[in-house]
Design a protein around this ligand. Structure first.
Ligand SMILES: [Zn+2]
Length: 160
């Protein structure tokens, strides 16, 4: 029996249900298949306009991060969010930059807009859930390399 994975919801649904019907939630349930290709596995995080799941790409046979926003409510904020989502998806899809999470695919299935990214954890997930600049990876650019410490090389065993 599929159960909504939103910690604040946890509603049980009959088998074959793919989406939570609570208006405040609307999470995709495990085993839901989006666009005939992406099978939802686990809810990774919830943001203001949508959610990020771990999903299985049944074409490529790999696990991906799957961001979804719902276009159902039709208010102004949603319209703006959708437009921004589309723009950012196109932008990230075209760009290959070390500080931007690459977009593998994006599209629409019914009233769901989705964005497919490589499955990376930690700071990237946090960045994905931010409303503004969702694809920038803050933790990527801050890595500094210390010069290697002074090393004493033991002299090789010299003959004699
Ligand atoms: Zn729910």
């Amino acid at each position: 029996m599929p159960r909504c994975q939103n910690p604040r919801c946890r509603t049980d649904y009959p088998p074959g249900t793919f989406k939570c019907i609570n208006p405040f939630c609307q999470c995709l349930l495990p085993e839901a298949v989006v666009a005939g290709r992406y099978r939802i596995e686990t809810l990774l995080g919830l943001g203001g306009m949508g959610a990020v799941y771990r999903a299985s790409d049944t074409f490529e046979m790999q696990q991906v991060a799957f961001k979804v926003i719902s276009a159902t409510s039709g208010n102004m904020d949603t319209a703006i969010a959708i437009e921004r989502f589309r723009r950012e998806a196109r932008y990230a899809y075209q760009l290959h930059h070390k500080n931007i999470v690459p977009v593998l695919n994006f599209g629409q299935d019914g009233n769901l807009l989705y964005l497919v990214m490589p499955l990376i954890t930690g700071g990237t997930l946090k960045a994905l859930l931010k409303a503004e600049q969702p694809y920038r990876c803050n933790s990527c650019s801050s890595t500094t390399y210390r010069s290697p410490g002074y090393q004493t090389l033991e002299p090789a065993h010299s003959p004699g």
